[in-house]
Design a protein around this ligand. Structure first.
Ligand SMILES: CC(C)(COP(=O)(O)OP(=O)(O)OC[C@H]1O[C@@H](n2cnc3c(N)ncnc32)[C@H](O)[C@@H]1OP(=O)(O)O)[C@@H](O)C(=O)NCCC(=O)NCCS
Length: 181
């Protein structure tokens, strides 16, 4: 995907059949984000088969209602995604966990991440989830984005994730309480 000025895009909530249709694009996005040095669960060298397996599991979770995925689509390209995992235990039905907020490296700093985050907050409200949590590798630029969006940092855990350098690193934990109408 070539670096460009902001492309026209739409935010689409994905259903399982979309995951199937867009699988190559979704795997490419994951590959690009891992190759750009981000820690989104996968370590380099990225294995596309692992990426496919990941998205197939996501499709199962969308189908059983425990996960919402939004994609930023520009024509047939997927330039960003965000995932919301809805807690399913009876005492946690008011909360959800954010994951995999990703924007293609050629499309960053144009507001797409912020738009995806706003859109997923709307989805959370619609699903009656007014508490969102997220964990982010400490020092990641995403911390600036989340803080700017009103997320509150409540701590950090050492040795939580392995970084691309092989070392075990700190992870920061955030929450946001959403206003309900
Ligand atoms: C984090 C990420 C999703 C941000 O997406 P984006 O579309 O570039 O973000 P936006 O353009 O909406 O940025 C919104 C604000 O976040 C902050 N921000 C975003 N990227 C930043 C960076 N690299 N450095 C400092 N601040 C940054 C800024 O305050 C920015 O506002 P500004 O551009 O007006 O200054 C993107 O960098 C990415 O995909 N990173 C790899 C995956 C990842 O780390 N995900 C987060 C962990 S779940």
């Amino acid at each position: 995907m070539e670096a460009s000025s902001l492309r026209m895009f739409l935010i689409q909530r994905l259903i399982p059949s979309h995951i199937k249709i867009f699988m190559p694009k979704l795997v490419d996005l994951l590959q690009d984000v891992v190759d750009s040095g981000a820690n989104v669960g996968f370590l380099p060298p990225f294995n596309p088969a692992e990426g496919r397996k990941f998205w197939e599991k996501v499709a199962v979770s969308i189908r059983d209602g425990s996960c919402i995925v939004l994609a930023a689509r520009a024509d047939d390209e997927i330039i960003g995604t965000v995932q919301l995992d809805l807690a399913t235990i009876p005492n946690g039905l008011h909360r959800a966990e954010l994951a995999k907020l990703m924007v293609h490296s050629s499309q960053r700093r144009q507001g797409i991440g912020r738009i995806l985050l706003r859109a997923v907050e709307d989805e959370a409200r619609k699903a009656h989830r007014n508490l969102i949590t997220v964990d982010i590798p400490k020092g990641d630029p995403a911390e600036v984005l989340y803080t700017g969006m009103g997320f509150v940092r409540f701590g950090e855990v050492p040795h939580y994730v392995r970084g691309v350098d092989g070392e075990l690193n700190y992870t920061s934990f955030y929450y946001k309480q959403l206003r309900t109408a």
